[in-house]
Design a protein around this ligand. Structure first.
Ligand code: SER
Length: 323
């Protein structure tokens, strides 16, 4: 039987592409997209859409009852950089929404939950290279604290109440359809937009700041795969390490220069540098690969080629292109 899905935070960077993918897989009538406002017309106008406030239990419950939802993807969150500006708001949104969804699942209304975690669960005392699944986790950002605490609660609800919750520690996600918002890894998306529109980019991280990254298609594949896997295969009920590649701003710039030789890169690190410096440089995701067969497909050069191609189409008219 097909799942009846609610996506909370469907207008965001990952939520939007997840919505398109799940509609394709299960049919539009089985996938309800929702967000706090109509902020992504590509999502709103192409299937069922409801306004849902992730901080409100009743707002989520009304939608769950209306459509007899049995599966929730909770994609709403305040990310690392914005979270440092509004710590209490980040705490409230990220934690309240998770509790609402876990409690719906505990009372058996919801059968399966996806909740994203992040590399932000790690901190300055974590081993920085090939960070293991199980290691020291002392996050220094509010976002990281909410994700780490959230992971503990997911595992607790699984052990104590049998809630089928599944989670991935996403690295920075690169995509061209919807902009990310408020993250520390966002430079790796902005750089491609600026390369196409301005031919130059001033990066808010320093040139050798290496961070784990992934192309959106791989992130969506991982999300779908972990949710489709048999419950017995999911051995980690906090959250799985998930990796594809790691690179620095300088290395992305070099791949762009292979296609746009005049592209100019400059660096002006801001408060986000300290956040990036507290995170791992690379991730060991052996457990995800062994337990449910995760593997990635896109490498940096593939991403650069695809991002520049898609964004060039998006920004430049066909008339201009053919000249
Ligand atoms: N992309 C996120 C951020 O930068 C990390 O999960 O906040």
């Amino acid at each position: 039987m097909k799942p009846k899905i609610l996506i909370i935070g469907a207008c965001g960077q990952i939520g939007s592409e997840l919505t398109f993918k799940l509609r394709e897989m299960y049919g539009s009538s089985n996938v309800i997209a929702s967000d706090i406002s109509y902020s992504n017309l590509g999502v709103v106008n192409t299937g069922i859409f409801e306004v849902v406030d992730a901080r409100s239990y009743s707002s989520i419950k009304i939608c769950v009852d209306k459509y007899q939802i049995d599966t929730i993807y909770l994609m709403a969150a305040m990310l690392s950089a914005t979270g440092e500006k509004y710590p209490m708001k980040a705490w409230d949104l990220n934690m309240e929404s998770l509790f609402h969804v876990l409690n719906l699942a505990k009372s058996n209304v919801i059968k399966k939950v996806f909740w994203p975690s992040s590399i932000a669960v790690f901190g300055p005392t974590t081993p920085v290279e090939s960070t293991p699944q199980y290691t020291i986790m002392e996050p220094s950002t509010v976002y990281g604290i909410t994700k780490q605490v959230g992971e503990r609660w997911c595992e607790y609800y699984f052990n104590k109440y049998g809630v089928d919750v599944r989670s991935l520690r996403y690295p920075g996600i690169i995509s061209w359809k919807t902009m990310p918002g408020g993250g520390t890894t966002d430079y790796a998306v902005e750089i491609y937009h600026k390369a196409v529109t301005d031919g130059a980019y001033e990066c808010f991280l320093s040139e050798n700041t290496k961070l784990p990254m992934m192309y959106m298609n791989d992130a969506i594949k991982a999300t779908v795969d972990i949710m489709e896997a048999p419950a017995e295969a999911i051995k980690v009920r906090s959250s799985y390490n998930l990796a594809a590649m790691s690179f620095t701003p300088k290395e992305v710039a070099q791949t762009i220069q292979e296609i746009y030789p005049d592209f100019k890169m400059s660096y002006s690190p801001d408060f986000r540098q300290a956040i990036a410096d507290s995170w791992p440089r690379s991730i060991d995701d052996t457990k995800a690969r062994a337990d449910w067969g995760w593997h990635h497909e896109f490498e940096l050069q593939d991403i650069t080629r695809e991002m520049l191609f898609q964004l060039d189409k998006k920004y430049h008219s066909p008339l201009k292109k053919s000249n």
